[in-house]
Ligand binder design. Structure first.
Ligand SMILES: Cc1cc2nc3c(=O)[nH]c(=O)nc-3n(C[C@H](O)[C@H](O)[C@H](O)COP(=O)(O)O)c2cc1C
Length: 270
């Protein structure tokens, strides 16, 4: 899917002399690094797979033909049976997500979307948080199904958390009062585009993924645990990994029933 060179879209704003490499930070659990220099990506590494090859520029991926876009779109599905042994490396996954993220559209080029990519223990921890949060809210007799579902997400290889940085979105709303009401919906729309693009790119790499929404129930705990700024609004969670089963059947309302194609103007049209 993504092709060509990947250059950082936003160089480090903290330090003119920054080489664009991730800011390294050892935190409580001792094993995660935050990347503060580029376009809002934060990478969290668990102890199981600590590597440092996260910023390789330019991309070494071969350039691809646009005709591969449609098959990738067709192939993307909600895959729920996910495993921890994908055929692609963690580094390649990160690189692909970075490439996709760098080229996404946003209203007024506001670039308010933020993502957090969790691997290893940090991925497991997310689903432990979801499990304990839901356990407190769902009646015990009904919890079995929820428990199995969440345990399934934990079996995946990693998770992408999708956020919007509301300081950016609100800043644009203030700057352009005539469209102030639109910036919230636009931020959600842009985030949906990003979700779809990453989902499709993961599929293109042979990975399965699905989309979950345990926000806002998990927001506070997730923010605390991963030290997410309070102004970042959690929008979606996307577990991904090795495909263990194909996606289920799905019904499709014919597109012809859902779209209109208009050509020549009718004489009565003013
Ligand atoms: C905006 C949006 C929200 C969704 N939320 C969820 C969700 O919370 N849980 C879930 O399992 N699937 C969720 N899905 C996935 C849809 O159920 C799925 O895309 C749809 O049934 C079509 O199946 P497919 O993804 O295999 O094409 C969501 C999809 C979209 C676009």
């Amino acid at each position: 899917m993504p092709s060509g060179d990947s250059t950082p879209v936003r160089p480090c704003e903290k330090d003119e002399g920054c080489d664009g490499l991730p800011e390294q930070k050892d935190l409580r659990r001792g094993n995660w690094r935050s990347q503060g220099c580029r376009a809002g990506t934060v990478l969290l590494y668990g102890p199981a797979r600590r590597t440092k090859a996260t910023t390789v520029y330019p991309s070494r991926r071969r350039s691809r033909d646009m005709s591969e876009l449609i098959p990738a779109i067709k192939q993307r599905r909600s895959v729920y049976a996910l495993g921890k042994n994908p055929k692609v490396s963690q580094e390649e996954i990160v690189r692909t997500i970075e490439e996709v993220f760098a080229y996404m559209p946003s209203a007024y080029n506001s670039q308010s979307a933020r993502i957090v990519v969790l691997f290893g223990d940090q991925h497991d921890l997310l689903w432990e948080i979801v499990m304990s949060t839901l356990r407190q809210r769902v009646a015990p007799e009904k919890f079995g199904r929820t428990e199995a579902k969440i345990a399934g997400f934990q079996q995946a290889f990693g998770t992408v958390l999708f956020y919007d940085d509301t300081t950016i979105t609100e800043g644009f709303a203030q700057k352009f009062p005539a469209y102030a009401q639109n910036f919230g919906p636009w931020a959600e729309q842009a985030n949906g585009m990003l979700q779809f693009a990453i989902w499709t790119a993961l599929e293109d790499m042979g990975l399965g993924a699905n989309l979950q929404h345990y926000n806002p129930l998990i927001d506070q705990r997730v923010s605390e645990v991963y030290e997410i700024p309070a102004t970042w609004k959690l929008i979606a969670q996307m577990p991904f990994g090795e495909k263990l089963e194909a996606a289920g059947e799905k019904s499709t309302v014919p597109v012809q029933e859902r779209m209109r194609i208009l050509y020549d103007r009718h004489p009565e049209q003013k």
